[in-house]
Write a protein that binds this ligand. Structure first.
Ligand code: PEP
Length: 322
């Protein structure tokens, strides 16, 4: 294995990530001491190799890319939230399938489980799909067993972090104030943030959906945030993973309300993604709703065909808007 590295591999570095392209397929990880990059000799711990693509990557801290995810003139953002899925072998195959396609006018973001970040980043390197973290701690370091700091995500190639997902709010009791502190930590580490808001079914039936979401926005979005670093995801809790998608009128009304809230804070350019059982069959209708800037996709992102179908709808929407 080291012979293969010595003879046939070419290194290239880009902010946040080091890539090694191998001329021969390799299938395992092996330890390296030092590698040479444009930035000089650097120590690395492990290099991942990918038998399918013949590519490899190393976990090595490089200067964070300070360009916003949205600094690329992108129309529609489609994010895949894998949650605590799938097994690594399936994840690798899925990333290879994602990498095979690209969609005009669409920026794709993958939120894999944290242990997969480097490997997924390597597989998606050179594509239009970025990787991000599903959560981060609000401190930069310290005695927080099981947690991951925003800077660690950035060192592993993440460009953005998902915060305030309803599953974290429910499973870990995360409140708006904590989400705002996490967002501040992520921004300090050079990451963009995607903050999730959304009402429960009881709250919608009680007629308080808009009020609930407004409170979440007030509490979760750090004051004075740079609009180019923020994305929002409106995800009605009752539509996540349930197969129940909000109606286009409900989506339109909530997105318009969020847009008004943003406009009052000089954040009008912030994209608002919709999330909750988005599928290829409903994506065109959802992307046709004014103020919908993309989608946050859970279940359907675990099937490449479904995710690609949603991205194709995103490309149609981007073409229609341009
Ligand atoms: C999500 O996880 O944010 C989500 C929207 O999941 P699903 O698409 O499965 O409803």
């Amino acid at each position: 294995m080291p012979e293969c590295y010595a003879r046939s591999c070419k290194l290239s570095a880009r902010p946040g990530q080091l890539t090694i392209s191998c001329a021969v397929p390799v299938s395992a990880a092996w330890p390296l001491q030092m590698v040479e990059t444009d930035g000089g000799i650097r120590a690395v711990d492990w290099v991942w190799c990918d038998a399918a693509s013949g590519r490899a990557g190393a976990m090595v801290p490089l200067p964070a890319d300070t360009q916003s995810v949205r600094g690329r003139g992108i129309e529609v953002i489609i994010a895949a939230n894998w949650k605590m899925n799938p097994p690594l072998a399936d994840a690798a195959a899925l990333a290879v399938a994602y990498a095979a396609d690209s969609f005009d006018g669409v920026t794709r973001i993958l939120f894999p489980p944290a242990p997969y970040l480097v490997q997924m980043g390597v597989r998606l390197d050179g594509t239009d799909m970025l990787v991000g973290g599903q959560d981060c701690h609000h401190n930069a370091s310290g005695a927080h067993t099981g947690d991951v700091a925003a800077g660690m995500l950035a060192d592993c190639g993440a460009r953005v972090v998902l915060l305030g997902h309803s599953e974290r709010r429910a499973d870990h009791g995360e409140d708006d104030a904590l989400v705002a502190t996490k967002a501040a930590a992520a921004l300090s580490a050079g990451l963009d943030v995607m903050i999730c808001v959304g009402e429960t079914l009881d709250q919608r039936e009680a007629g308080s959906a808009e009020a609930v979401v407004t409170v979440q926005l007030e509490g979760s979005v750090p004051a004075g945030i740079d609009a180019s670093r923020l994305m929002l995801a409106y995800e009605p809790v009752w539509a996540i993973g349930t197969g129940k998608v909000a109606g286009v009128e409900e989506i339109a009304a909530m997105h318009a309300a969020i847009q008004r809230w943003l406009a009052k804070r000089d954040l009008a350019s912030v994209p608002i993604l919709y999330g909750g059982s988005v599928k290829p069959g409903n994506a065109d209708a959802i992307f046709g709703v004014p103020d919908v800037g993309g989608a946050l996709v859970g279940g359907a992102s675990l099937k490449a065909e479904d995710f690609n179908g949603i991205c194709s709808a995103g490309a149609r929407a981007a073409a229609a808007r341009s």
